[in-house]
Design a binder for this molecule. Structure first.
Ligand code: ATP
Ligand code: MG
Length: 139
């Protein structure tokens, strides 16, 4: 059965562009409940660990550099079938292919600087949420 929790990050470019408020408003408008929220900056070690599945891809080191280039927002979101629903809501990895009205269509500037992260499985949603939040930071 699909879980009801996902994890998201608003990436450094979207924060730097002044879109964190717009993106949080869009998330709430989409019917997601914010269970945890944090404004922070990834260390190189954290970014390498977070994207370790891509460690052999050619874009990995640039991605780590980008993800550590400025602060991010991390959040745990709740909605029925959250992982699948949220990935549809943010749109394709490449904003050129993202459906109009999706978060990436609205706020991404490139394949790398694609505004937000969304977990790709229930298992990863739990791992990623635990990466950023203690039980005392969840509501
Ligand atoms: P995310 O995991 O951030 O939600 P995603 O699941 O849509 O994105 P992944 O394949 O997991 O996409 O890639 C992780 C991130 O790596 C992408 O969001 C993007 O920032 C970057 N990325 C992926 N493919 C490329 C590429 N070909 N060139 C540059 N950056 C890329
Ligand atoms: Mg991914």
């Amino acid at each position: 059965m699909a879980g009801n929790t996902t994890f998201t990050m608003i990436k450094p470019q979207a924060v730097a562009d002044g879109n964190m408020g717009n993106i949080i408003a869009k998330i709430i408008d989409g019917g997601y409940t914010i269970k945890a929220l944090k404004f922070t900056r990834l260390t190189k070690e954290q970014a390498m660990k977070f994207y370790a599945v891509h460690k052999d891809r050619p874009f990995y080191s640039h991605l780590v550099e980008f993800m550590t280039s400025g602060p991010i927002i991390a959040a745990i979101l709740e909605k029925e079938n959250a992982v699948e629903e949220y990935r549809k809501y943010i749109g394709s990895t490449d904003p050129a292919n993202a459906e109009p009205g999706t978060i990436r269509a609205l706020f991404a500037t490139s394949m790398e600087k694609n505004a937000v992260h969304g977990s790709d499985s229930d298992e990863n949603a739990i791992i990623e949420g635990n990466f950023f939040f203690s039980e005392f930071e969840r509501f």
